[in-house]
Write a protein that binds this ligand. Structure first.
Ligand code: PAF
Length: 289
C-alpha cells in the first residue's frame, strides 16, 4: 500500500488541498487526536461517501486537557495511525507540531455558550473551549466541504455544530455512529488504559444504559430510571459517576419531568480506576408504550 502523505504545516496543507480544488474535487476532514480505532476509520468512510478526498488531522490538543488530566500519557502512534488511515481510504494526514497550532504568540480562545455549559462543561471546564478553538483552527486551515465527528462524543458534536452555525463557517458537519466492541463498549482511544479486570467492568456501562433507555421508552418515570442506572453502575464496580442524565437533543436542556415528548439522549460519564469513560444513547418518545 502506498504510504499516506503527511504534511505538518498549514501552507503545505493548503497547497495540497488547492491542487484538488483546481481539479474540481470536494474535500472532507476527519479531525482526530490519534490512537485510532474503528470509530475513527468509520468517519473516514463517511467522508469518502460524501467527498472526493479525505484529510485526517492528528493533533493531541493540549488546550482541551486540564493540568491533572492525561495529556502526557495519551496514546501516540503516528506511524500506526497513518497505516490505518491509508487502508481506510484517507488521502492525506495533517499532523502539525504544537508550535504550528499554538505558536508562543497565540492568544485567541473560542467559547461556545449554552450547549457547552452542562455535563462535560461542568466536569471539565477547560474542555469545550479547547475543542472549539482547535476545531475552528482545523476548519479554517483546511476549509473542507464537510467534516466528520462521532456521536460517541455527543455533547462535543453539538458544540461543534453550534460553533459552525454561530461563526457562519461554510462546512457541513457529519455525525458518525458510535462504533462498539462485541460487548457493546463504545470504542475510545482511552479504552487502552483499562486493565483486563477493568475492561470486563467497562462492558457493563452500555448494558446498564440500554436498560435505562428501555425503561424510559416503555413509559417508566425518568428520575427512578436514572437513579437505578446510577445504582447499577456502582454495583458493577465503577469507581465514580460524574453524571447519568437525560437531555433533549434539540436544546440540550435536562429533562426534568416525566413527559418525554421530543427526542432525547441518555448520557453518562463514569470513572473506572484512572480511566474516565463516556457513552450516550438516543431515547425516542415514540417508543413509549
Ligand atoms: O474528539 C476528538 O478526538 C477531539 O476532541 C477533536 C475533535 C479531534 C479535537 O481535538
Amino acid at each position: 500500500m502506498t504510504p499516506l502523505p503527511i504534511v505538518r504545516s498549514v501552507p503545505v496543507l493548503r497547497v495540497a488541498i488547492a491542487a484538488w480544488r483546481r481539479e474540481g474535487l470536494t474535500v472532507g476532514l476527519v479531525p482526530t487526536m490519534g490512537a485510532l480505532h474503528a470509530g475513527h476509520l468509520s468517519l473516514v468512510t463517511l467522508i469518502k461517501s460524501r467527498c472526493d478526498r479525505c484529510v485526517a488531522s492528528l493533533f493531541v490538543n493540549p488546550k482541551q486537557f486540564a493540568a491533572h488530566e492525561d495529556l502526557g500519557r495519551y496514546p501516540r502512534d503516528e506511524a500506526g495511525d497513518a497505516a490505518l488511515l491509508a487502508a481506510a481510504g484517507c488521502d492525506l494526514l495533517f499532523a502539525p507540531p504544537t508550535e504550528v497550532m499554538y505558536p508562543d504568540s497565540f492568544s485567541t480562545s473560542i467559547s461556545v455558550g449554552g450547549v457547552s455549559a452542562p455535563l462535560e462543561g461542568e466536569k471539565r471546564p477547560q474542555f469545550f473551549g479547547g475543542v472549539a478553538t482547535v476545531v475552528a483552527k482545523l476548519l479554517l486551515q483546511s476549509l473542507p466541504d464537510a467534516a466528520a465527528f462521532g456521536k460517541k462524543d455527543f455533547q462535543q458534536l453539538l458544540v461543534i455544530r453550534k460553533l459552525v452555525a454561530d461563526l457562519d463557517m461554510p462546512v457541513e458537519i457529519l455525525a458518525g455512529e458510535t462504533v462498539r466492541e462485541t460487548d457493546g463498549l463504545a470504542m475510545s482511544s482511552r479504552n487502552a488504559y483499562l486493565s483486563a479486570q477493568e475492561r470486563a467492568v467497562a462492558g457493563r456501562l452500555n448494558v446498564i444504559m440500554r436498560e435505562a433507555v428501555a425503561a424510559i421508552e416503555a413509559g417508566g418515570a425518568i428520575a427512578p430510571a436514572l437513579a437505578r442506572a446510577e445504582a447499577d453502575i456502582r454495583t458493577a464496580g465503577f469507581t465514580g459517576i460524574d453524571y447519568v442524565a437525560l437531555h433533549d437533543e434539540a436544546a440540550f436542556e435536562p429533562i426534568g419531568t416525566d413527559a418525554l415528548t421530543s427526542p432525547a439522549r441518555l448520557l453518562a460519564a463514569v470513572q473506572l480506576g484512572a480511566t474516565r469513560l463516556i457513552d450516550n444513547f438516543p431515547v425516542t418518545p415514540d417508543a413509549r408504550a
